[in-house]
Design a protein around this ligand. Sequence first.
Ligand SMILES: [Zn+2]
Length: 171
Amino acid sequence: MRSEFRRLLPPGAYREIVSFRSNPPNRIGVLANRLGVRVTQEAMSYGHRGYLDYRSTEKGYVPTVVVGRHLSEAWKRWVVGHELGHHFLEGVDADFILMGDAHDAEQAAFLYLESDDSNEQRAENFAEDLFFGDGALKAAVSLHGRDVGRLANVFKVPSAKIRNRMRFERL
Ligand SMILES: [Zn+2]
């Protein structure tokens, strides 16, 4: 996963991510901006957590992560990581730009809503690598112990995500 993760990112981005990870909980909105992605919040129905949109601006299409205003801080952070995954994994292509031009901006031509396909799993993997990659969770466990709530607070991510990753890394 790590090599894929690295390959996907534009030059310089990997270094930004390593720096983000090195001292949790750093501000993921700042990281996103450094990676050229805007983050904004919107009211959403409770079933929805966020989506990725390419918004037309004076500077062209700007990748924009939209997170649900109702979410906890931990979930907002996770959603940003997940949607950054969609951006770097699936990205934007020429077809999209044409589609975007043909659509009313309000229609948000290209949305990633949560669904149960392999792109979702890959976006989750991306978010996990973003927060926990290069042994970051393992290091936190040796520093703080295996208390999931405490670790969730260190990383400011949902407890369930800590639990999944601990199981995956057999921590
Ligand atoms: Zn998704």
